[in-house]
Design a protein around this ligand. Structure first.
Ligand SMILES: [Cu+2]
Length: 116
């Protein structure tokens, strides 16, 4: 049995915040980096981005089922519907590794942002 995806209680507040911030967050200067979800895994599992810069992170979900991109270290939690993609803005980050996972498939969907 696959448990029905259930977003964390925090999600509505985060979504509301994202909507309020959306116009301001669409910075034309942010470079874009991509993550893909397929078979409940993230690719690449380690994504390198420049430290000290805000970047756009496009998360595309090739699976037919929804996934939730979640990272307490990046303070992000967003549902990615099946067959869809979302754009998150992260950074500027200190150099380091920031883990993330798919909250609906925690066993397989894991990765990290490597800021250099
Ligand atoms: Cu979650």
């Amino acid at each position: 049995m696959i448990p029905r995806p259930r977003p964390c209680a925090l999600l509505p507040a985060l979504l509301a915040g994202a909507l309020l911030l959306a116009p301001d967050a669409r910075s034309a200067e942010a470079d874009t980096y991509r993550l893909t979800i397929k078979d409940h895994r993230f690719a690449p599992a380690a994504l390198e981005i420049p430290a000290g810069r805000k970047v756009a992170l496009v998360v595309g979900n090739l699976d037919p089922t929804a996934e939730e991109f979640e990272s307490s270290e990046l303070h992000r939690e967003s549902v990615v519907p099946g067959g869809a993609e979302i754009t998150l803005y992260i950074g500027p980050l200190q150099p380091g590794r920031y883990r993330f996972f798919g909250d609906f498939n925690r066993a397989s969907a894991r990765g990290e942002i490597v800021a250099k």
